[in-house]
Design a protein around this ligand. Sequence first.
Ligand code: GTP
Length: 307
Amino acid sequence: MDVLIAEDDLTTQVILQTLVTAWGYRPVVTSDGREAWEVLQQPDAPKLLLLDWEMPGFSGLELCKKLAEQADENPPYIILLTSHAETDRIVEGLASGAHDFIGKPFDKAELQARLSVGRRMLEMQRKLIDAQQQLAYEATHDALTHLLNRRAVLKALQALVSKSMSEHSCMSVALVDIDHFKRINDSYGHPMGDEVLIRVAETMQTCLSADDSLGRFGGEEFLVAIDSDPDGAARLMEELRTKIAEIPFCLADQTVNVTVSAGIASLSGDDSLRLDDLLAAADRALYQAKADGRNQVVLAETDLPLL
Ligand SMILES: Nc1nc2c(ncn2[C@@H]2O[C@H](COP(=O)(O)OP(=O)(O)OP(=O)(O)O)[C@@H](O)[C@H]2O)c(=O)[nH]1
């Protein structure tokens, strides 16, 4: 683990550097507060900090305050070093964002122990952040296809509708459904059906741009929020439909031919439309695509009910 040493006294600096190296840390040494601040702005900056209170540039206390203002979700662990370790100073340091304090001249064993506490706290903080990120991912993604789940893709769709209204631009939504998916399950088994869902999701993803959002809307149905007018959305969905129909899905030594049907509804920036109405229009277009023989894209009629 990297340890930032910010210390202007050369002798103390060398002692600290030698000690932390002997204890298995990688020292990053700076001689004033401003240099330390610059190091701390780097993407992989050290998280365990030994800051001298009295330094040119920024003092250790000023650095604590500046770091607290940054409100980093993974903040560094700060140990302040000072030759004036009176209670009111300790209180001021801790109140400014320091986590620990050590008086100079320091006891080596005590410093090593305090660094160990810092390392443990940082490891705990990392685990907590990782767990939070994992939970956030699971709450917004479908476990099978790893696409956005229904709630998350609807949120993305709502955001695109709001953007379209505020910018008076066009947007579209497509509902894409795998044709005769029940037959695939019945003929090849449920695990193969799952594999088809994953492959269709992957293929769809390759056709879309970063401005579009793709999610699993239900069993074998997907929703695409498309930052484009009806013509652009229809071209995109046609490309996607053709790609899926043309690629033979080779799964477990078997070739499965898969096709999809899609229904598209669009919003021109001047419409004032409820999300439910837009989705209902896309669903009607999808129903039409199924009724007309499947493996096709249908654009909804534009006479959508207004608010
Ligand atoms: N393998 C697998 N099957 C699923 C999953 N979710 C839903 N299904 C199946 O998807 C099938 C959907 O069948 P239907 O709604 O009848 O539609 P379809 O057979 O695709 O027919 P059309 O949509 O009319 O072309 C059902 O058999 C569901 O059990 C899943 O996560 N994995």
